[in-house]
Design a protein around this ligand. Structure first.
Ligand code: PRP
Ligand code: MN
Ligand code: MG
Length: 180
């Protein structure tokens, strides 16, 4: 895998990601002590962040997975979100923490929050690794956030370019000429 050809720069190293994940896990551990927590991973992008983050949360949490599609074949979000894979368990009375890799327009999470709130949980909050505030179209409150980033095409640590490179263990910026 020759990533040099497509890399503009490394944005977040493994060490930086690990340190931030530890901080977020510690904050969640503190805030949710004694509560029934359900971590909801939004597939596919959040899979690597989820697996690292949950190791840093020192509470007996439950986990579940959801897959939604908002983009279809276009690169721009349509705002129409479809559930591809729903949760397997009931969320009633549980404190849901949605784990996401990135918030851009906010449309995916805006939909997901409304949808999950209608199922009777004790609370619904978000933990996102990355936030691109410049892309926002729908307002979402993020209780936990790793990093604010500029409007750049970021790949790795779960984030894909044309469904590939999710397995790269750090986050890099894709060269413009690769996708334009
Ligand atoms: C990406 C990303 C977030 C969402 C953010 O997922 O992982 O889930 O888009 O965009 P938004 O704030 O504009 O809604 P994508 O739909 O590409 O699926 P993936 O996670 O499988 O890559
Ligand atoms: Mn996603
Ligand atoms: Mg994607």
């Amino acid at each position: 895998m020759d990533l040099n050809k497509i890399t503009k720069e490394v944005m977040l190293t493994r060490e930086e990601l690990a340190e931030k994940t530890r901080e977020l896990g510690a904050a969640i551990t503190r805030d949710y002590e004694g509560k029934d927590v359900l971590l909801v991973c939004v597939l596919n992008g959040a899979v690597m962040f989820m697996s690292d983050l949950m190791k840093e949360i020192h509470l007996p949490v439950e986990i579940d997975f959801m897959a939604v599609s908002s983009y279809g074949n276009s690169t721009k979000s349509s705002g129409v979100v479809k559930i591809i894979k729903d949760l397997d368990k009931s969320v009633e009375g549980k404190h849901i923490l949605i784990v996401e890799d990135i918030i851009d327009s906010g449309l995916t999470l805006h939909y997901l929050i409304d949808n999950l709130k209608s199922r009777g949980p004790a609370s619904v909050e978000i933990c996102t690794l990355l936030d691109k505030p410049s892309g926002r179209k729908a307002d979402v409150h993020t209780k936990y956030k790793g990093f604010d980033i500029k409007d750049e095409f970021v790949v790795g640590y779960g984030l894909d370019y044309a469904e590939k490179y999710r397995n790269v263990p750090y986050i890099f910026v894709l060269k413009e000429e690769v996708y334009s």
